[in-house]
Ligand binder design. Structure first.
Ligand code: 5AD
Ligand code: SF4
Length: 470
């Protein structure tokens, strides 16, 4: 038997950034039981797959991975190297619960995203031989009950960190499983978020990305007892010493309120980058998707955002082949992309998700047609991304140095616009924000030369009192 103080956990993360955040929280909860993370699945005493259910392929990958893990577990047992418990977490766990237990007898625990703080208890039950399924939406506050990582652990995780501020979604886009797997919108209180952000800053984190399935719908309780919006929260977080860069993702066009636009205008630490999915260009399709905005609403909103923050880079999500999408509808998607222009984007073929309204819609689009449209859309989006990157050649920008690059003496950092930038710089500068001149572009990144090894961010805030009219 493995010494209980020396147990190892391997967590494999699929899907979105919130799963990345959650995987770290699971590791923190397990640390209280003596589990240390490992990169080698075959030596793990506990393997957790933190799954994603957003598209079909993501769920299928989980089942094939479970087949592979079963072999590793059997080899470990047969080699007399102890047992391996297997858990499935995340949105597939939430959506399929018992079905996973039936389809994959190798699994010991299935638990949804609202149960991570209970992980040590669930593990005790699994150790006693139970097969545990935990997919309720409990009323207790998961975040308040999750243990905090030690400073060294946080430091090791890097200088840029995620911080979940909101979970769930009430928008019910007809293609999307999130409202079912992550539940109704819930926002963490401001004080809890500020405390976590301060801990991150103390551990050396310089950049925080606030996460939420519908993050700009944030409405957490403020210290004054009133609901604060995301803009107000950002102003508060900007006061924390050491947090020089703030970001947030993912947003819905309906929830871009005035306070958030003011934050984009006035907060130097709020990076000029906005992920604002439009999904499609045709009003008929937007309506069938229940997006609650039109082509024009979106374009007008982008105009206002560019007005307040002219250097903002836009990113988006697109779905092609939604039920009923004609060639003409698809052309509207191409048109909105040309009109808005994106610095980066994610685009997908529509994938029917069981239990969502769109899965039952007639007129499902043929796969070959959807593939061909996706190809055309991605050509356009890739071209726009290359153009955006090329537009930075010859300019000077701030860069947060994050990690070592592949070449000797090279570091990789992140630009304000979320581009990877390679520079020659010594390792002790990791965690610093430096100024670089951009010399040229590669396929997916930029190459620059450092012209100064410290920058002063945090120029005084502009007048915040002035309002904006949308
Ligand atoms: N099919 C294809 N893409 C989807 N997305 C969400 N649900 C589906 C689906 N059923 C995409 C959306 C969303 C992103 C996270 O994933 O574009 O913004
Ligand atoms: Fe899903 Fe986003 Fe729509 Fe919510 S707003 S239902 S998370 S696509």
């Amino acid at each position: 038997m493995t010494d209980p103080k020396d147990k190892k956990v391997f967590v494999k993360t699929y899907g979105c950034q919130m799963n990345v955040y959650d995987s770290d929280r699971m590791a923190d909860a397990l640390a209280t039981k003596g589990y240390k993370p490992t990169e080698q699945m075959e030596e793990a005493d506990l393997v957790i797959l933190n799954t994603c259910h957003i598209r079909e392929k993501a769920a299928e990958k989980v089942y094939s991975e479970l087949g592979r893990i079963r072999k590793l577990r059997d080899a470990k047992r047969d080699g007399g190297k102890g047992d391996m418990k297997i858990g499935v977490a995340g949105c597939v766990a939430q959506a399929e619960g018992e079905e996973i237990m039936r389809r994959a007898p190798v699994v010991d625990m299935v638990f949804g995203p609202q149960s991570y703080h209970r992980l040590p208890d669930l593990l005790d039950r699994a150790d006693n031989g139970d097969r545990v399924v935990e997919t309720d939406f409990p009323v207790e506050d998961k975040f308040a009950n999750l243990p905090k990582a030690k400073k060294e652990v946080t430091r090791k995780r890097g200088v840029s960190s995620f911080l979940t501020v909101q979970e769930g979604c009430d928008k019910f886009c007809t293609f999307c499983v999130v409202p079912y797997t992550r539940g109704a919108e819930a926002s963490r209180p401001v004080a809890q978020i500020v405390a976590e952000a301060e801990r991150l800053a103390e551990a050396g984190v310089r950049e925080v990305t606030l996460l939420g399935q519908n993050v700009n719908g944030y409405h957490g309780e403020g210290p004054d007892g009133k609901a604060w919006g995301l803009g107000r929260l950002l102003f508060r977080l900007a006061e924390i010493n050491g947090l020089d860069r703030l970001r947030y993702t993912t947003s819905h066009p309906r929830d871009m309120d005035e306070e958030l636009l003011v934050a984009h205008r006035d907060l130097d630490s709020l990076m000029p980058y906005l992920h604002l999915p439009v999904q499609a260009g045709s009003n008929k399709i937007l309506k069938a998707m229940n997006r609650q905005h039109t082509y024009d609403d979106y374009v007008r909103l982008i105009d206002v955002i560019r007005d307040v923050r002219p250097d903002i880079a836009l990113s988006g999500d697109f779905i092609v082949g939604f039920p009923g999408e004609t060639e003409e509808d698809f052309e509207d998607t191409m048109r909105i992309v040309r009109e808005v222009t994106y610095a980066s984007a994610y685009s997908f073929k529509y994938s029917p998700r069981p239990g969502t309204p769109a899965a039952d819609m007639k007129e499902q689009v043929e796969a070959t047609i959807a593939s061909e449209r996706l190809y055309r859309l991605q050509e356009l989006l890739n071209q726009q991304q290359r153009d955006f990157n090329a537009s930075k050649v010859g300019t000077t920008m701030s860069l947060l140095l994050e990690r070592k690059g592949r070449d000797e003496g090279q570091l990789v950092g992140k630009s304000p616009w979320l581009q990877a930038v390679h520079v020659q710089a010594s390792e002790e500068l990791i965690g610093e924000i430096v100024t670089v001149h951009i010399d040229n572009i590669g396929t997916n990144s930029l190459f620059g030369t450092m012209i100064e090894d410290r920058t002063t961010i945090g120029t005084p805030l502009h007048n915040q009192a002035e309002g904006l009219s949308i």
